[in-house]
Design a protein around this ligand. Sequence first.
Ligand code: ZN
Length: 315
Amino acid sequence: MENKPIDETFYRAPGAPMNKEEDYIVHATAFGGKVRALAIRSTQLCKDALRIHKTSPVATAALGRFLTGSLFLADSLKGDQDTQTTNIRCKGPLQGMTAVCEGKGNVRGYVNEPIVENAYLRPGKLDVGSAVGEGILTVIRDYGLKEPYVGSVELISGEIAEDFTYYLAVSEQTPSVMSLGVLLEDETVSHAGGFLIQVMPGADDELITYLEARAGGNFPDVTFLLREGLSPEHILDMFLGDPNIVYLSASPIGYHCNCSRDRMERNLITLGEKELRDLSEDEDGVHLACHFCDKTYTFSREEMTRLADGISHNS
Ligand code: ZN
C-alpha cells in the first residue's frame, strides 16, 4: 500500500480543534442523508475520570466507554438545561456505573466499585464484559417537562457499546452501530473514543446490509486507529466508505462536574431537621465528598446548627 500523507483539511469538520490532544465530537452525514454518523475522541476525558476516581484498569476501561457512549446518546438532547442520566446496575464486580450529561458535551460519572481485579480476554485486551456482568441499563432524559423520560434494557454483553446499541434499537427503533474503546498504556489512558452510525428511516435494505457487513467484518478497534493518528473524522470516513460524506460540525466535550457548596447545602437540608441536629453533634463537623469529582465540602458544627435552625424556622 502506498503511504500517502493524510489530507488534514479534507478530514476536518468545521469547529474541530487543531490540537490533537483535545477531545471533541464530530457530526457527519453520508449516503445522501440516509446515515447519521458521530465520532468522539475522549482520551483526555477518560484520563480525567481515572485521575479523579483512581480506578483499576478494567474499571477505567468500563467507565471510559460508558462516559463516551453516554455522550453519544446525549447528543440528541436539545436545550442547554436538558439532562441525561445513564445508569448500569450489574452483578459483576464493578456493581454499577452512573453518568450524567448536562449542557452540550459535558459529562461526569463514577463506577460503584472503582478497584476490581483485572481480567483479560487476550493479552492487552481487558475483559470489560465480565467485570460488568449481567444487569440493566437505564436512561433517564429530563427535558424540563413534568415527567422525565425513562427507558431501560437488559445488558447484552456488558461490553457497553453493544448494550447502548441494543438500547437504541429498542427505545428509538433506530438501527445503529456503536463502537467504543479505551486503551491503557503505562498505567494511563493513551487513547479513547468511539463512533455511532445510525440509519435514518427510509434507507434501503441494501444500505443496511452494507453497514451490517462493515460492522460485522474485521473493522479495527477504534483505539488502534486513534493510536495510528487517525482523527474521528477519518475513522468515520474509513468505516462508511462514502466519498460524499459531509462533516457538519465538531464541538468540544469534556469531564465536567458542577457541584458546589450551595448544592451540597441543599442536599443536607433534604435530610430534615432531626438528622441535621444529630450530625451537628460531631465536633469535627460534617465532611461530604462529591461522587463525581471527589471534591470534599466541610460543614462545621455551627453551620450544621444554622441549617437545622433554618428548617425549624421555616416549618
Ligand atoms: Zn463534584
